[in-house]
Design a protein around this ligand. Structure first.
Ligand SMILES: [Ca+2]
Length: 352
C-alpha cells in the first residue's frame, strides 16, 4: 500500500509523540517495513515498548525517502518558528521600549511648547514696552503729562494762533490728544468744548458725550469721563469765551468747577462766577446731572430737555444756556447763553 501525502502530513504532525517514535523504530526492525502506521493503538504502561501493537505499512523506498526529507524540513521549520517567536518577542520588547521613549519625548515636547509660549508672551510684552519707549523717545515730554499746565511748546503735535494739540496721559482714560490754549489769561487751559464753524454735529447720544468727539483744532467736545478725571481732585477754574451773533465778546469765568463720576451721570458742581456774559449763567445748572437725547437726567419730568432744546447739557428744567445746541450757519437759530434770544457764533469752554 502506497501512502499518500495526506497520510505523510498526518504522520509528520503526530511525530512529536514518543509513541510515534517507538512505532517507527519497531517498524524499521521489520524487513520491508519502512514506515509505521500513524495510529499505533492504545498505549498501555504495562506494555514494553517492543510489545505495542503496531501496524506496519509497506511503502516504496522513494516514499520513505520523501517522508524522511519532509520530516527533516519540519524540524528545520520548527527551529525557524522558535527563532521567529524569539525574534517577535524581542521586537515586542523593543516596541514597548520605543513607545515608552516616545511618550517621554511627547511629555518633554509638551513642556517645551508651554515654555515657548510663556517666553513668546514675555517677548511680546517686552516688544510692546520697547515700542512704547521708542514712541516716547520720538515724542519727548508728550505721553506722561497730566494736564495742559505741564506742557512745553516744543512738544506740541500741532498748533494754531491760540494754542497747541498735546498728548496727555489722563488718569483712567489713558493717552488722549487735547487742545491746550497757551495764550489766554496767562494759563495753559485745557479746552473741552469749542463751537466755531459748525462742521461737527453735536446732536449726539450719551456714549459720544462720554468719550468725546470732533476736531481738536475746530469744533469738539473732549468727553465727560476725561472732564471728570481732570477735575475730580478739585481746585479747577473754568472759563467760557463766547462771541455773540452780533460780534460781542463775552467771558464767563468760574473759580470752582468739578464734574462728578459716570455713576452720578457726570453731575456738575460750579460756583464763583465772574465775567461780563449776560444772563443767569451756569448757577442754574449747579448740582445737575448731564443729559443727552438718549439719556434724560434733567429735572423736567414731562419732557426730555436734550431733545426739546436740541442739545446735551446739565439741563435743569430746562435751560437758560445751551452751548451744545444746534449750530446754525444762517443764524436763524442756534446755541445760546443766558436766554434763547442770545444766539452765539462762537463758544469755547476750558479748565485750568
Ligand atoms: Ca426729563
Amino acid at each position: 500500500m502506497r501512502i499518500t501525502n495526506g497520510i505523510i502530513a498526518s504522520c509528520i504532525l503526530g511525530m512529536i509523540s514518543a509513541a510515534d517514535q517507538h512505532e517507527e523504530m519497531r517498524c524499521k526492525a521489520r524487513p520491508g517495513c519502512h514506515l509505521a502506521k500513524c495510529e499505533p493503538g492504545p498505549l498501555s504502561p504495562s506494555l514494553n515498548v517492543n510489545e505495542y501493537p503496531v501496524t506496519c505499512v509497506r511503502t516504496s523506498a522513494q516514499d520513505w525517502e520523501e517522508y524522511k526529507e519532509l520530516k527533516s524540513e519540519m524540524r528545520i521549520m520548527r527551529t525557524d518558528l522558535t527563532s521567529y517567536a524569539s525574534r517577535i518577542s524581542s521586537l515586542e520588547n523593543e516596541n514597548k521600549k520605543t513607545t515608552a521613549e516616545m511618550e517621554a519625548l511627547k511629555t518633554k515636547l509638551l513642556k517645551s511648547e508651554q515654555s515657548n509660549k510663556a517666553l513668546l508672551k514675555e517677548l511680546n510684552a517686552l516688544g510692546i514696552k520697547t515700542n512704547d519707549l521708542e514712541s516716547h523717545l520720538a515724542e519727548p515730554n508728550t505721553a506722561l503729562l497730566r494736564s495742559c499746565e505741564d506742557v512745553q511748546l516744543e512738544s506740541a503735535l500741532a498748533r494754531n494762533d491760540s494754542g497747541c494739540v498735546f498728548k496727555l496721559d489722563i488718569p483712567e482714560v489713558g493717552i488722549t490728544n487735547v487742545f491746550c490754549d497757551v495764550t489766554d489769561d496767562g494759563g495753559n487751559w485745557t479746552v473741552f468744548q469749542r463751537r466755531m464753524n459748525g462742521d461737527v454735529n453735536f446732536s449726539r447720544g450719551w456714549d459720544d458725550y462720554v468719550k468725546g468727539f470732533g476736531d481738536l483744532q475746530g469744533d469738539h467736545w473732549l468727553g465727560l469721563e476725561a472732564l471728570h478725571q481732570m477735575t475730580k481732585t478739585g481746585n479747577m477754574e473754568m472759563k467760557i469765551k463766547m462771541i455773540t451773533k452780533n460780534g460781542v465778546y463775552w467771558v464767563a469765568k468760574y473759580s470752582n468747577f468739578q464734574i462728578g463720576p459716570g455713576s452720578d451721570k457726570y453731575r456738575l458742581t460750579v460756583s464763583g462766577y465772574s465775567g461780563n456774559a449776560s444772563g443767569a449763567g451756569l448757577a442754574y445748572y449747579n448740582n445737575q446731572q448731564f443729559s443727552t437725547k438718549d439719556a434724560d437726567h434733567d429735572s423736567r419730568s414731562s419732557l426730555n430737555c436734550a431733545i426739546n432744546r436740541e442739545g446735551a447739557w446739565w439741563y435743569n428744567s430746562c435751560a437758560w444756556s445751551n452751548l451744545n445746541g444746534h449750530f446754525s450757519k444762517t443764524g436763524d437759530k442756534g446755541f445760546w447763553w443766558g436766554s434763547n434770544s442770545n444766539l452765539l457764533r462762537f463758544s469755547e469752554m476750558k479748565i485750568c
